[in-house]
Design a protein around this ligand. Sequence first.
Ligand code: IPM
Ligand code: MG
Length: 360
Amino acid sequence: MSKQILCLPGDGIGPEIMAEALKVLDVVRQTFGLDIEVSHGLVGGAAIDQDGVPLTDDVLAVAKASDAILFGSVGGPKWDDQPMANRPEKGLLKLRSELDLFANLRPAILFPQLAAASSLKPELVAGLDILIVRELTGGIYFGEPRGVRTLENGEREGYNTYVYQESEIRRIAKVAFEAAQKRGGRLCSVDKSNVLEVTALWRDVVIEESAAYHAVELSHMYVDNAAMQLVRAPKQFDVMVTGNMFGDILSDCAAMLTGSIGMLPSASLNEKNQGMYEPVHGSAPDIAGENKANPLAQILSLAMLLRYSLGEGAAADAIEKAVSDVLDKGYRTGDIASEGSQLLGTAEMGDAVVECLQHS
Ligand code: IPM
Ligand code: MG
């Protein structure tokens, strides 16, 4: 039976970078004889414009029935005045939560060709290979109660709830320990257990889970220190595991170490290995429609999709190699450009990856 992929380009640069990923998919589909059916849908602002909501029930149903979702990016100033419950981002958050995509894997790998593009000194980032495992369906992003209320004195008060159940911590810890076991054997759990009870529980549960993973060396770090260590000496990390909000922040930070957030893919998986794959970066409305965006994070997200949800490791390897080959040739989009490199637009970068794929 053919595998079903749902493609949700979203807003801003989403449609442009998705078009390049789809070019790449066409090539690997032929080269590797993959039996894949692709369907398309709207999400985020694009869905609000057409249907009034950031994710329709129909698109959600297709998503649930798919083996994997390739997601672009959502949001932009056009929808800034939407009420919180109907913002473009809610489409993404609803997909994560309805499909129970609790395990977000965000690798921050430095392509050696881009060492000069990092804001840190090349020697601090050369060989960087970190995996951030972010809990994605709980924590303060989803905790209730939440809202803005008016107090008796007439002042408004905003509130959210940072909550984690033991079982939620346990399952993400397992994913992180398993990943560390397959990689460098080191896991750093990030919390704020000196202040927040919910993350003191997080630490306790992670320690309990560690009993089953003797080969993994477990350490703990407060989130403020982790942010500092990421920019001070990032190579000390192998796998990091943390909650939803800390993971959001730290993964942007780790992304920038690699030269550009425009390079980083991510996978969000549930217990059934169904997954949604998206670039770590956002919709970049300031450059949308200008053929300037870097499509490589989207293309690398496709590689992750093929590897994790479709079991097509060889096709994934080929795409990753093609991306590396393109960088070897000195091709760069604006975000990773350096002296002597050849500046390409979004579509030309996609074509360059296709070209490398066809000639490897
Ligand atoms: C991310 C993004 C999202 C998040 C936004 C768009 C809701 O920043 O995937 O990191 O906060 O999770
Ligand atoms: Mg983010």
